[in-house]
Design a protein around this ligand. Structure first.
Ligand SMILES: O=C(O)c1cc(C(=O)O)c2c(n1)C(=O)C(=O)c1cc(C(=O)O)[nH]c1-2
Length: 234
């Protein structure tokens, strides 16, 4: 087996996957350039709901697979972030506010009426991955958060410029998430660097992050394919 990478080398291998992140996907480019219709913006929001609503289940799976109390304790904060401490609080609630701000009803989003098969398959495979792989790989898959903050900030600027019809309260999710995501990503990177010591573990962590990039891009492939096609003939 090849020698383990240095911390710097391993970090560079993980960060190098930024080229596979979803910020350069054709749908994402169109969305940020203001070339999406209202229905396409709504489709992105309604489909992304499925990802949001599965995050706590995949985080629960990582916790279930992790034998370290300190890691479990910290990871549990992510579940509270999405689910809130009570009904009507947390990231999922903020996502429903975003849904309403783009003209969707809570019911149609919650009932997953617009969730496309490809999005379901991609997100379900992420949850399955975190259930069945060692916790270090589940954690490494979450490292797309290293690439997310700039992209999320660009999204707010682009949407405000190009889609003035979106109600401003819709941005609450991103406003709350952006300051948290950087800290989360740095913590996660430290965990992966500390706990993936052999070359084999390091390679698996890089592969996990690559897999996660595919999950995100797979979601957008489905949304882009469905764009402009009436339901029923997709
Ligand atoms: O808006 C985005 O572009 C974006 C991307 C990602 C990501 O890269 O997976 C996450 C989020 N947002 C996010 O809000 C979030 O809570 C989140 C959790 C995770 C994860 O894999 O655990 N990714 C992301």
């Amino acid at each position: 087996m090849a020698e383990a990478l240095t911390r710097a080398g391993f970090t560079a291998a993980l960060r190098g996957l930024s080229v596979r992140y979803w910020d350069t996907h054709p749908f994402q480019l169109r969305l940020h350039e203001g070339r999406c219709t209202r229905d396409e913006v709504r489709s992105w929001v309604a489909n992304r709901w499925y990802y949001q609503r599965c995050l706590s289940q995949k985080n629960g799976a990582i916790i279930a697979n992790c034998p370290l109390p300190a890691v479990r304790r910290r990871w549990a904060e992510r579940i509270l972030f999405q689910d809130g401490r009570d009904d009507g609080e947390g990231g999922l609630e903020d996502w429903l506010v975003l849904a309403e701000a783009v003209g969707l009803s809570r019911e149609e989003v919650r009932e997953e009426r617009h969730v496309l098969p490809g999005v379901r398959f991609a997100v379900d495979s992420y949850v399955h991955f975190c259930r069945t792989r060692p916790w270090t790989e589940g954690v490494a898959a979450g490292l797309t958060e290293l690439f997310a903050p700039g992209h999320m900030a660009d999204r707010i600027t682009a949407w405000q410029r190009h889609y003035p019809w979106i109600k401003p309260e819709g941005y609450a999710y991103f406003a709350t998430r952006i300051p948290v995501v950087e800290g989360d990503a740095e913590y996660t990177l430290g965990l992966v660097l500390d706990h993936c010591a052999t070359r084999e573990q390091q390679d698996r962590a890089v592969a996990a992050l690559g897999f996660k990039c595919d999950v995100l891009r797979g979601m957008l492939d489905a949304v882009e394919y469905a764009a402009g096609r009436p339901a029923g003939v997709r």
